[in-house]
Design a protein around this ligand. Structure first.
Ligand code: HEM
Length: 195
């Protein structure tokens, strides 16, 4: 994939290393029941999901747009949803689907998880797209709660290309674990001392 969305900095040398070590990552992976089978199932999930990226984003953005408490985080200085901000984030969100399924969970991946964490937190929100939003952070409560829609809405997309039910199950479980793992890492800046 050659095109990099604006503001996307995965793998950039300017990105600070994650404060989370590979050993700690391995512990969290054990906590979410991660196995080698999941790595393979997630790769296969990516092959099915990436071609459906726009339809998936339509579902997720539809959900966010229908919920004032969620879309409020995309408000511009006038308090209304900022279309430019929404579109810029949408492009990176699409890239995230591909990265989550295809990239190794290594130091570069960890560094970008910390960056995404900061982009939801007061330390980094609005910075990447230079927006003047009254919303200074994504509440941790909603960040965690969104694991559910980001997980359950993916099942139909995994099943849409004729995979048998056992295979859909395997990919679905891998997706759920990978999303949970990501959001666990994104919670770190909200309470670094107790994390
Ligand atoms: C940014 C995913 C929860 C609001 C992003 C990005 C991704 C993402 C991939 C772009 C990262 C990048 O810049 O490369 C997710 C996932 C979530 C989640 C998977 C939960 C499972 C939420 C919630 C809200 C939210 C609950 C709002 C209440 C935002 C906003 C940005 C953003 C406003 C842009 C932040 C900025 O850079 O200014 N999210 N997100 N996200 N997300 Fe989330």
């Amino acid at each position: 994939m050659n095109h990099h969305p604006a503001g996307y900095s995965y793998g950039d040398t300017s990105l600070a290393p994650s404060p989370v070590s590979i050993d700690t990552l391995a512990q969290i992976q054990r906590s979410v029941l991660w196995s080698e089978d999941d790595s393979e199932a997630l790769r296969r999930a990516g092959e099915i999901l990436v071609p459906q990226t726009e339809q998936i984003l339509d579902v997720w953005y539809g959900f966010v747009g229908a919920n004032p408490h969620l879309v409020a985080t995309f408000a511009g200085s006038d308090g209304q949803p900022d279309g430019v901000y929404l579109a810029a984030v949408r492009e990176r969100f699409g890239r995230w689907i591909a990265d989550l399924c295809a990239r190794p969970f290594d130091a570069d991946w960890l560094a970008y998880q910390e960056e995404i964490a900061l982009r939801h937190h007061t330390r980094g929100k609005n910075r990447t797209d230079g927006v003047d939003s009254p919303s200074g952070h994504v509440p941790l409560s909603h960040l965690i709660a969104l694991i559910v829609p980001i997980t359950v809405t993916i099942r139909d997309f995994l099943g849409a290309r004729g995979a048998d039910p056992a295979e859909v199950d395997a990919m679905y479980h891998a997706w759920m674990k990978a999303v949970t793992l990501s959001v666990v890492l994104w919670t770190r800046p909200y309470n670094p001392e107790l994390w």
